[in-house]
Design a protein around this ligand. Structure first.
Ligand SMILES: NC(=O)c1ccc[n+]([C@@H]2O[C@H](COP(=O)([O-])OP(=O)(O)OC[C@H]3O[C@@H](n4cnc5c(N)ncnc54)[C@H](O)[C@@H]3O)[C@@H](O)[C@H]2O)c1
Ligand SMILES: O=C(O)C(=O)C[C@@H](O)[C@H](O)[C@H](O)COP(=O)(O)O
Ligand SMILES: [Zn+2]
Length: 371
């Protein structure tokens, strides 16, 4: 089974190829994008390396590519200035040239970091995404947002740099820990919540099939997610407007991640689970969305085993002002005012600019944050 979703970006257009058995066929897919000397650097992490990188290297080499593999430590800590310096140095040590290819083979951490390194290495080289987590297959490998975190916030240093190709092999999800699968599910249900009620209803019924890695369920979940993201990115590549909808739950979520210090204690998908629940509850509290939609959305997030409240993240309460200070660093902020993605109902999100911090602060106190 192979499904191809095009991302229509003119001279930077590319395909997202979703299927099974893709790693063994990667060479055939990647070859047309390599320059004459057919050289590529595969960037991966130790977990993905252990399970899958040998097969990828064999497939690329069979197709005639010269392959070097760079293995980085797993975890969000790698998506940092230190991680970027280390990766850049490794690429330079290989004497990778401008015409060579970087292959990001891993989850969102590897995709965001290797993509950013590709954007700035020798002022820009091409890269290909081969995402290995559900989260990366449905979200981070598509759309060209690349970045690193800093202690001041999430993805604050980065670039838009589109991949030349995305290859999503559903088979590699077999080795993904259950916690990571749930993280990916947060970004899957995000698409239903922000713009497709029918998909949301299907997910309500099929959450366990997706989490049990049923192939047919994964095909639909990944396919619909990528289709929605590709359509939005093609219309608004650099987030001048509608692309901000893909940030549902992220202004809340990124602030919580920053307070938690970007480590294993809270993963991005989990922060997005809490953040989307808060976006629904805040919208309901502001009279923008029916209360029963907030209850239903939160129940659907919870059904995947994701957290939906601050108390589930940390027993020590978060400070409301500290969270709001992080929100001020959000890339959607304009003229010092906060922008949020809020909801009118399940399946209809909108961008709310100039959100007043006073009701937001009051809301965070009702969520258990301290004053
Ligand atoms: N660029 C974007 O548009 C975008 C979108 C969403 C998220 N993100 C970013 O993505 C990151 C989160 O990505 P993630 O959730 O994929 O985390 P991740 O990259 O840290 O991967 C999660 C864990 O799973 C392991 N792993 C990956 N694939 C595996 C496999 N097939 N089998 C076994 N283990 C495997 C990794 O080693 C890691 O320990 C965050 O930094 C987030 O900000 C970016
Ligand atoms: O692709 C997008 O646009 C998104 O917002 C997708 C998000 O899931 C993702 O976490 C993204 O990295 C957040 O972007 P940021 O601009 O808020 O850092
Ligand atoms: Zn996200």
């Amino acid at each position: 089974m192979i499904r191809t979703v095009p991302v229509g970006l003119g001279d930077r257009a590319y395909d997202v190829v979703i299927g099974t058995g893709m790693i063994d066929k990667a060479g055939e897919h990647v070859l047309p994008f390599l320059s004459k000397r057919r050289r590529c650097a595969v960037v991966t992490d130790a977990n993905v390396g252990e399970h899958h990188v040998e097969r990828l290297s064999v497939s690329l080499e069979k197709a005639g590519a010269a392959v070097d593999v760079i293995v980085l430590p797993p975890g969000e800590e790698t998506k940092s200035f230190e991680g970027l310096a280390h990766l850049s140095d490794q690429l330079l040590a290989l004497n990778l040239e401008r015409g060579d290819m970087i292959v990001a083979f891993g989850g969102g951490v590897i995709g965001d970091l290797a993509g950013f390194a590709a954007a700035i290495y020798k002022r820009g080289v091409d890269f290909i995404q081969i995402p290995t987590t559900l989260l990366a297959q449905v979200d981070s490998s598509v759309g060209g947002k690349t970045a690193i975190d800093t202690p001041r916030g999430k993805n604050l240093i980065g670039a838009f740099h589109q991949p030349r190709l995305v290859l999503a092999d559903l088979d590699v999800l077999a080795t993904l820990p259950a916690r990571e699968l749930a993280c990916g599910y947060a970004e899957v249900i995000k698409y239903g919540l922000l713009g497709d009620f029918e998909f949301f209803e299907w997910l309500e019924k099929n959450v366990h099939a997706v989490l049990e890695r049923d192939t047919q369920a994964l095909v639909r979940a990944v396919g619909r997610s990528v289709e929605m993201k590709a359509e939005i990115v093609a219309e608004d590549e650099k987030e001048a407007g509608r692309r901000a909808l893909l940030n549902l739950g992220h202004t809340f979520g990124h602030a919580i991640e920053a307070e938690m210090g970007f480590g294993d204690a809270l993963k991005h998908g989990e922060a997005v689970g809490v953040g989307m629940a808060q976006a629904f509850r805040f919208s309901a509290a502001q009279g923008l969305c029916p209360a029963q939609d907030a209850v239903r959305a939160v129940a659907a997030i919870k059904a995947a085993g994701l957290p939906t409240t601050l108390a589930e993240v940390r027993s020590q309460p978060f400070g409301a002002d500290a969270l709001i200070a992080h929100m001020g660093q959000d890339k959607k902020a304009e003229g010092g005012a906060l922008t949020f993605v809020l909801v009118r109902r399940i399946g209809e999100a909108f961008v709310a600019k100039g959100v007043d911090p006073a009701p937001l602060r009051a809301f965070l106190l009702t969520e258990g944050a301290t004053g």
